[in-house]
Design a protein around this ligand. Structure first.
Ligand SMILES: Cc1cc2nc3c(=O)[nH]c(=O)nc-3n(C[C@H](O)[C@H](O)[C@H](O)COP(=O)(O)OP(=O)(O)OC[C@H]3O[C@@H](n4cnc5c(N)ncnc54)[C@H](O)[C@@H]3O)c2cc1C
Length: 408
């Protein structure tokens, strides 16, 4: 059987890695390199070569999840990963004194934690059990009615920055997704996250390097998927044609809608329910968006301004060097820019939960499959990997590599 996988992001490559050896596969990628939202830039970190992430950058430091299982299966060990604290500093735009400063190892005891810390802690402590995924965050906010500053500059600011949506839209997001990111904010101990020393894009390379029966074609944007007598023909923008038996669309929802073969129009309905927004990032050397006092820096520094919230990640704790990765969609760029890139960030509203359920009903019909972080769970890297596992279990249930990853 020949499988055509459209998109060489993490979900497309994990799908290829899982079916490899059981099927002939071809991965067609529009860009000139693999990785999708995993985009790393080679640099210099504390006297040695290192890589800095412009896109997806971290996962929870949790050894039981799909990401940890994938790293283990690929032979990525402790030399290549670093677990760092995930701390936050929240500031209102146009002001200099932070509203909330998380604890962070090494932060001097005399440094204040900001006027909102205790109120945010009280809000998070006062919540009941985590609600279902189709409950909006607004339903959690309403009964506890936090003060506008707590709501707009912290509780809604952090998810707004992560998903690139207006602060006012956060109450429409799925409550457990929002709460997962608020976990640890204003806590006594910062939770830990995991980054790859070689950058997240190195994971894409590691997957590609282990493929034996799979061809990867970059600069091969798929223009259409034509139904054929025994399957489909993938036609790229240069007119090259590739006949396959089954197709995996591991591309963002708007592209998947455009590529749906005329014979299977149904999935367009759930796919159109996903929304995303452009978010622009810069890697830079000047601490343009961090407090003037270095003792107030956190790994994540969120500034709420003009109805938006944008974050600046300090790479010091992970890379040992003052490089910053900042969102610059709605604010003036920094001065010492090393690299920039624009991404489409999924908005995880409760509509997404319904869309995922509806899309699941179409999976595998007529030999057509959908992978991608949008299809499963909260839309993170674990979701992207879990989506690939679900697709591979249908296409190549006998794959031995499936045993190394948790079943969705
Ligand atoms: C800026 C950003 C930061 C993120 N940070 C994190 C993080 O730190 N931790 C985390 O867990 N999750 C994060 N995520 C969420 C998500 O888990 C990751 O983005 C994940 O890498 C997505 O993988 P994917 O394969 O689903 O999609 P993508 O990475 O979007 O891959 C889709 C691929 O399809 C290709 N493609 C599109 N159209 C075509 C076409 N017509 N023909 C051929 N190829 C095509 C694209 O070029 C791309 O390579 C982040 C998301 C964004 C946008």
């Amino acid at each position: 059987m020949r499988v055509g996988i459209v998109g060489a992001g993490i979900s497309g490559l994990v799908t290829a890695w899982l079916v490899d050896g059981r099927c002939d596969a071809v991965v067609l990628e529009a860009r000139s390199r693999v990785g999708g939202n995993a985009r790393s830039v080679a640099g210099w970190a504390a006297g040695v070569p290192g890589a800095f992430d412009l896109g997806t950058q971290e996962v929870a430091a949790d050894d039981s999840g799909p990401h940890a299982a994938l790293l283990a299966a690929l032979g990525v060990d402790g030399r290549h990963v670093v677990d760092v604290p995930s701390s936050h500093t929240f500031t209102a735009g146009g002001t200099t004194a932070p509203l909330l400063v998380d604890d962070h190892p090494g932060r001097p005891a005399h440094v204040g934690r900001g006027p909102l810390r205790e109120r945010v802690r009280a809000f998070l402590d006062g919540m009941g059990p985590t609600p279902d995924r189709d409950v909006p965050f607004g339903a959690v906010l309403a009964p506890l009615s936090p003060a506008p500053a707590v709501r707009d500059h912290v509780l809604c600011a952090l998810p707004a920055s992560l998903f690139g949506c207006p602060v006012a839209e956060v109450p429409r997001l799925s409550a457990p997704v929002v709460l997962a990111y608020l976990h640890g904010v204003a806590d006594d101990t910062a939770p830990r996250v995991r980054v790859l020393r070689g950058g997240m894009e190195s994971l894409a390379w590691a997957l590609a390097a282990q493929l034996t029966s799979t061809e990867i074609r970059t600069d091969a944007e798929v223009d259409r998927v034509e139904p054929a007598r025994d399957g489909y023909v993938l036609v790229d923008a240069a007119g090259r044609r590739c006949a396959v038996d089954q197709v995996v669309l591991a591309v963002p929802p708007p592209t998947a809608v455009r590529l749906l073969p005329a014979s299977v129009p149904g999935p367009a309905v759930p796919l159109r329910r996903f929304t995303s927004r452009p978010v622009r990032y810069a890697l830079h050397l000047d601490p343009a968006y961090l407090p003037g006092d270095r003792a107030l820096w956190s790994t994540h520094n969120v500034v709420a301004h003009d109805g938006w919230a944008e974050t600046s990640t300090w790479c010091g704790p992970s890379h040992g060097v003052d490089v910053f990765k900042s969102q610059i969609t709605h604010r003036a760029p920094p001065r010492r820019v090393l690299a920039t890139s624009t991404f489409q960030a999924l908005t995880p509203t409760t509509d997404v939960v319904d869309a995922q359920r509806e899309l699941a009903a179409w999976q595998g019909r007529e030999g057509l499959h959908f992978a991608g972080h949008h299809t499963t769970g909260p839309g993170d890297q674990d979701s992207a990997i879990a989506s690939a596992v679900a697709v591979a279990r249908r296409i190549a249930p006998g794959s031995t590599r499936l045993r190394s990853l948790p079943a969705p």
